[in-house]
Design a protein around this ligand. Structure first.
Ligand code: AMP
Ligand code: GLY
Length: 423
């Protein structure tokens, strides 16, 4: 099987690594890939949003399977584009454009959840026409408030103001001043849910699904969960408090109604759903849907999946997912991100990376790296994900931190307390 994978981060490195272990793989291409994906396939310099070039590449290289690692091609409609007569023999692992709105539009996701009775926070949709309802919402509730820009806003579209005044200013800024352009002309106000967050992943063909390993990521830049939000500084799997009882609730109150909703609304889906959840008074509720694997979640969950990933996709595409037994390792997995100094704000690129060849206890997934004159250099904020397996989270983390000692690049930074609540 010939595969084209779209994306260039740590998540796509982990997907490429997993695909490369399959006996079903013939050729793997990654657009655009990074300094590490070269080990698993051939990097292709092509925009992941340039659908005509992607189509031409697929036809020229006899691609059988196109996988969207990132949400951007899905939200832009890659699944629908490949319904074209000359392309429809190429299977696409991505949600349809309508399904991708579960991630692309918070208001769409909330409406979908309400209609299909998926457990989530109560909400109100606000535009400039009904902005007075937002002020009334703040007047009749206690802080903190939850304000979410409807559209994609590079992870900055959710704010949790601590006072009525701040909430009013923020809503004016989002809706009237269009802080995130069209993405914040509409916002969603949500009931604040107190609890502990975790993430559940499924692979689905829109009617059947399999549950993949769960994970918890650490988004804040600094130890003790303080500082700016990042894409994720580290991750662990499995999450110790996610027991059978909680999973039964997640499956019955969240996963099944979601998949049934996709089916009922005729929303085609062939790919991953990432459920961002909060356990609020022992009831799991959806905070957000993503139509992809997470990053760095992929770097901890894929190493725990023992089944062949291509065989899993084939089972999904041939409507045989219900009988596919996905094998999941009992081992714990942890990843620690090595990031550039200054990330998630301004940082330098182009620093030499050395020592990866001395790492034996962990798998090093490349994120922001590239080759410059045949030398490996930094090329992003999140540079490398150092993933290890162990009999428990503590052991896995210990291996990752030992491996970090062997890797060097100028300005390298990391969080020294990933998984701190559980060790
Ligand atoms: P989101 O982009 O929707 O995942 O939101 C970003 C973060 O805001 C989440 O990871 C939560 O920590 C927080 N958050 C979002 N919605 C709520 C809510 N309804 N109650 C409490 N915290 C929330
Ligand atoms: N680590 C969070 C995400 O991928 O959205």
């Amino acid at each position: 099987m010939n595969i084209l994978l779209l994306g260039s981060g740590g998540r796509e490195s982990a997907i490429a690594w997993k695909l490369s272990q399959s006996a079903l793989l013939t050729n793997l291409y990654i657009a655009t890939g990074n300094g590490g994906t070269l080990t698993f396939g051939q990097n292709v310099n092509m925009s992941i949003l340039d659908f005509p070039s992607i189509a031409t590449f697929c036809l020229q290289h006899e691609i059988n399977l196109l996988i969207s690692g990132s949400e951007a091609p899905a939200v832009a409609g890659i699944w629908d584009y490949f319904q074209r007569e000359d392309l429809k023999h190429i299977a696409v692992i991505a949600p349809s454009q309508t399904s991708a709105m579960l991630e692309g539009s918070k208001a769409f996701a909330k409406e979908f959840m309400k209609k299909h009775q998926v457990a989530t926070a109560s909400y109100l949709e606000i535009t400039k026409e009904n902005i007075s309802e937002a002020y009334a919402w703040f007047d009749t509730r206690n802080p903190p408030y939850v304000i979410k820009a409807d559209g994609l806003a590079e992870g900055k579209g959710v704010v949790l103001p601590e006072s009525k005044e701040e909430a009013r200013q923020l809503i004016d800024d989002f809706v009237l001043n269009k802080r995130f352009g069209a993405s914040s002309e509409k916002v969603v106000l949500e009931e604040f849910l107190a609890g502990i967050e975790f993430s559940i992943f499924v692979y689905t063909n829109g009617t059947e699904y399999v549950i993949l390993p769960n994970a918890k990521d650490y988004k804040r830049r600094f130890e003790g969960n303080i500082g700016l939000n990042t894409g994720g500084m580290g991750c662990i799997s499995p999450v110790p408090f996610v027991d059978d009882d909680l999973m039964t609730k997640v499956e019955n109150e969240i996963i099944k109604p979601t998949i049934n909703g996709l089916k009922a609304d005729g929303m085609p889906y062939d790919g991953f759903i990432y459920f961002g959840l909060i356990n609020c008074e022992d009831r799991p509720k959806v905070i957000e849907y993503n139509c992809r694997l997470g990053d760095p979640e992929a770097e901890v969950i894929l190493p725990r999946i023992e089944s062949d990933l291509i065989a899993l996709f084939q089972a999904g595409l041939s409507q045989k997912l219900s009988s596919f037994q996905v094998q999941i390792s009992d081992q714990a997995s942890a990843t620690v991100m090595l990031v550039s100094d200054g990330y998630p704000e301004a940082y330098e690129k182009g620093h030499n990376i050395t020592g990866i060849e001395n790492v034996h206890l962990s798998t090093v997934f490349h994120a922001g790296t590239t080759l410059k004159d045949y030398e490996l250099v930094t090329n992003g904020g999140r540079v490398l994900a150092i993933t290890s397996l162990g009999t428990n989270i503590q052991e896995a983390l210990g291996k990752s931190y030992e491996s970090i000692d062997r890797i060097r690049f100028k300005g390298q930074k990391w969080r020294s307390d990933i998984g701190f609540e559980f060790v």
